[in-house]
Design a protein around this ligand. Structure first.
Ligand code: C5P
Length: 290
């Protein structure tokens, strides 16, 4: 049996650029892997097909799950379509949070199947397969700190972000990705993140410089739920965070702290009001052979 940890991602910054002819938008995002993870185990089965089980009953376990899609693609790519695979998924990453939980699971399946079937694929080969599964999956193959462009599949590795404690808090609602992109098309964006400035701050290992540049254009969308996002951000900043922002299309919000004690106190306070509240650390190492 093969085990893989499927680590969550956060967007330190998220900019949406032009809408493309294929209906997608070009993005410019600084992505960061954190140590909060789902647990994936893989095994061979005699019977052909992908057999997925999950600790959350409401998660689809058929072809709609990105992990199944990734497994099928991998078998096809290495000419092993008849091979049966069982996947056990234990989820810890909140669903509908903008933390790429489903994408992280799919990427972990690709890494795990590469080991299980001794297929010998390299990082770039896995990322190419990942691209076909979903927008954030390619980043999740190797993780770390990266600049992502296009739909998120054009990746440039960055030096590790400055060390810090991260408080992640998710309100009970989730926001649908297509709905949020649709709403974004109807607003004239007033601000864009200073992505170049953030890249420089990361290269200089400057936590404050990184934190103050965190920005997500989706927070400008006209949606009453963004008021709750703003409340959580305010609470994180009041608690001593150097910066706070929503990740992806939400609804999770996080803050970066240089002081671990302040992070703990802030998480404790927020957990009285919001059901998901965790302290995480950035993951520096690549998850693959880079
Ligand atoms: O990536 P995913 O297929 O989950 O995205 C769902 C929807 O969000 C897309 O069908 C598209 O409407 C929108 N989207 C977009 N631009 C992106 C990613 C998603 O417009 N870069």
């Amino acid at each position: 049996m093969i085990r893989e940890a499927a680590y969550a991602k956060l967007n330190l910054s998220l900019d949406v650029q032009e809408k493309r002819t294929d209906g997608y938008h070009n993005m410019l995002m600084v992505m960061q892997t954190i140590d909060l993870c789902d647990h994936i185990s893989l095994d061979l089965r005699l019977e052909a097909g992908i057999f997925l089980t999950c600790n959350y009953g409401y998660i689809p376990t058929d072809g709609r799950n990105l992990a199944c899609k990734a497994a099928n693609l991998f078998l096809k790519a290495c000419g092993r379509e008849g091979q049966g695979i069982s996947i056990r998924m234990k989820k810890e990453i909140p669903v509908g949070a903008g933390m790429a939980g489903g994408s992280a699971d799919a990427a972990a399946v690709l890494r795990g199947m590469n080991r299980l079937l001794k297929a010998g694929m390299g990082r770039r080969e896995l990322e190419k397969l990942a691209e076909q599964v979903g927008s954030d999956v390619a980043f999740c193959v190797a993780g770390g700190t990266a600049l992502a462009k296009g739909r998120g599949e054009m990746l440039e590795d960055l030096p590790p972000m400055p060390d810090c404690s991260i408080v992640v808090c998710k309100p009970s609602f989730s926001i649908s990705t297509p709905e949020l992109f649709g709403k974004l098309d109807r607003v004239k964006l007033l601000h864009h993140p200073d992505t170049d400035g953030m890249l420089e701050a990361i290269r200089e290992n400057d936590l404050r410089g990184t934190a103050i540049r965190m920005y997500n254009v989706f927070e400008e969308v006209d949606d009453r739920r963004m008021r709750i996002v703003a409340d959580i951000k305010g609470a994180l900043l009041d608690g001593g965070a150097a910066g706070a922002v929503m990740t992806g299309t939400g609804s999770a919000v996080f803050g970066l702290f240089s002081d671990e004690e302040k992070a703990k106190k802030s998480a404790e306070k927020l957990s009285k009001e919001y059901s998901f509240c965790r302290i995480a650390k950035p993951i520096k190492a690549c998850l693959f052979d880079c």
